[in-house]
Unconditional design. Sequence first.
Length: 115
Amino acid sequence: MLRGDVVLCQLPMPSMRLTQFKLRPAVVVSKNTNNRRLDDLIVAPCTSNISRSQEPTQYLIEGAELTSAGVIVPSAVRCEALMRIPKTMILRVVGHLSIRAMTAVDACLKDALAL
């Protein structure tokens, strides 16, 4: 998997004490060197709840980008909710974000992490 890939994965639900999982898309944000050599990835989960998508820590996937990202409805990439997950929890790659979109995601990550 590569940085910028949109993957369908099983993510733990924090509200359920990490004992239940939900199938949802996420964007791989860890660097490619680590993606190749480690068993885990760092992902930013996506949500169809776009009510907070104007916040500086979220990137909205919409319009023509929906198709290349492989998501069906407008979705917010939640850069404030990063997760480290094992590759075994990835079901498949459904799409990829453009260079322009990843530049925007990078800005959201910087804001979320105060970098």
